[in-house]
Design a protein. Sequence first.
Length: 170
Amino acid sequence: MSLKKEQEELLSKAYEIGYSYEKIFHGCAQCVLAAVMDVLGEADDHVFRSATSLGGGIAISARGTCGALTAGVMAISQRYGRERGNFADVERVRTRCHKIGRKLLDKFESVYGSNKCADVQTKLMGRSFDLLDPVDFEEAIKAGAHEIHCPGVVGNVVKWTLEVILREKA
């Protein structure tokens, strides 16, 4: 199933917003959420704030899942996940949400080869970086982390997240 021309234009705009946010503000997880929220017109400051330390593979360590990917799955879960009032989830809303989130995970891994931040950094910049370490931070900047690579990942995740949402909605 292909997306309509308007949807393709929306996805292109979404990519640009995500790319720009990461380049200007940094914090891949929050940049993905902000861009998705802006495009969908569904701002939630609590969800945005909860993504603060998810960037850079959890607490900018590069040791965990890419923060952009994590935020994309958060955006999907915010829309399709179970609610606290239905914690028992007899309807298995969680299962449906997992299947939708897996679409984003599969797309991400097909492009970057892994969901782990360190692996993505290595693929794009030749090595991974602990961004709390001042020397590593400077090396990441020199390698184009915040000018090219991370903005591209964020832009892609925003686009793919919205693509999943649009296709699921259809």
